[in-house]
Design a binder for this molecule. Structure first.
Ligand SMILES: Nc1ncnc2c1ncn2[C@@H]1O[C@H](COP(=O)(O)OP(=O)(O)OP(=O)(O)O)[C@@H](O)[C@H]1O
Ligand SMILES: [Mg+2]
Length: 345
């Protein structure tokens, strides 16, 4: 079933007041959203369902059967929702960054590759890493690179989703995640780390938020040396200094310079067999890319590549295919316009 089919069924059973079928479809939609990686949506929907049953049982309006959907929601379900466990085959070769960033990443990885040596000399191991900088500049990618280089599983935690779905359970869930990850020797990747600051804006319960921050501080302080926590944010300023102080290493990602743009283009086209129709023009477009993120540049390049491919008749598609530099130029211009990026001088 597609998302639209679920919506049709929800409308039908909702209007027919068929509570049982409605709940069953909503349940299926939660599962479907989890599978299609719409984790935030799945969490929000599940939270709405839970809240509704809470109210219903409080009002004693509906009897919930023993096999009902709601009785099947337990901590395990919530954990499944908030955690995504992945293995990564990314390596340092898959990321472009300034030397300082690359060196910091390499040093962090080395500490864990050679952890026994450090421990033999009783030296502390850096295991709490904060990645910050603008969107689309490689923070999430860097966490995959670290997991890939160290050949460790990574547990991805979307803090924004946990915090907004059930503030009251955040501390409990976080403790569980940390425990599980350290037992299973996984890296914990906490995305949207700034939600810890942001949540103050819409939560009435400041006390609860303080508890969440304190839980994180404690979990960080008692983190076993071999465990790794990586947090990412594009709003470092939103974070409490008590939190930022806990990190052993803080890496700032920036928009690419012209030389990094060239490397990104090379990396993206590497192995694809594609070359530019007009190298001079392509070089000019790379200059025009300054101000855009790695993500935007890669996106426009891949779109240009596909459109160029479609422009050629099937008979003409050879092993080496040309990217129409002009198409790329126009895509870059419209990307900058839509993101309101002004050209540097
Ligand atoms: N430094 C980089 N080197 C190579 N590719 C990059 C780099 N940064 C981004 N990309 C490309 O853009 C994609 C998105 O980047 P990523 O998810 O790492 O951004 P982010 O910094 O986590 O952004 P956000 O703050 O929005 O989460 C990557 O999967 C990769 O294809
Ligand atoms: Mg990211």
């Amino acid at each position: 079933m597609s998302q639209f089919d679920y919506i049709k069924e929800i409308a039908k059973y909702g209007l027919e007041n068929d509570q049982e079928r409605l709940l069953s479809v909503l349940n299926q939609l939660v599962e479907y959203s989890k599978k299609t990686k719409k984790v935030n949506f799945a969490i929000q929907l599940q939270s709405i369902l839970k809240e509704s049953i809470r109210q219903q049982s409080a009002n004693n309006l509906t009897k919930v059967g023993s096999d009902s959907y709601f009785q099947r929601i337990d901590d395990r379900d919530i954990q499944e929702l908030i955690l995504e466990k992945i293995t990564s085959d990314y390596s340092l070769e898959n990321i472009v960054a300034e030397d300082k960033v690359m060196n910091n990443l390499k040093h962090f990885i080395e500490e864990h590759e050679r952890i026994e040596l450090l421990q033999r000399f009783n030296l502390p191991v850096s295991n709490k890493l904060l990645l910050h900088g603008p969107s689309g500049c490689g923070k999430t990618l860097a966490s995959y690179v670290i997991a890939g280089e160290l050949k460790k599983m990574m547990v991805v935690v979307n803090l924004g989703a946990i915090v907004s779905s059930k503030l009251g359970e955040t501390s409990k869930n976080l403790s569980k995640i940390f425990k599980k990850a350290s037992l299973e020797d996984c890296i914990i990747f906490i995305d949207e780390f700034d939600s810890l600051g942001k949540v103050r804006d819409y939560s009435q319960d400041h006390g609860e938020m303080k508890r969440v921050v304190n839980t994180i501080l404690q979990l960080f302080d008692y983190l076993p040396q071999s465990s790794i926590v990586i947090a990412a944010t594009n709003q470092k300023d939103m974070l409490d200094t008590a939190l930022t102080r806990r990190f052993d290493s803080i890496i700032e990602f920036s928009l690419p310079t012209i030389s990094q743009i060239k490397n990104l283009v090379e990396l993206t086209l590497n192995k694809s067999g594609f070359v530019f129709s007009n190298k001079k023009e392509a070089s000019k477009v790379m200059t025009q890319c300054v101000g855009l993120s790695y993500y935007s540049i890669q996106k426009t390049l891949l779109t240009a590549l596909k459109r160029s491919l479609f422009q050629q008749s099937d008979d003409n598609v050879k092993n080496i295919t040309k990217i129409n530099s002009h198409i790329w130029k126009n895509l870059v211009i419209s990307e900058k316009k839509s993101l309101e990026v002004t050209s540097p001088n």
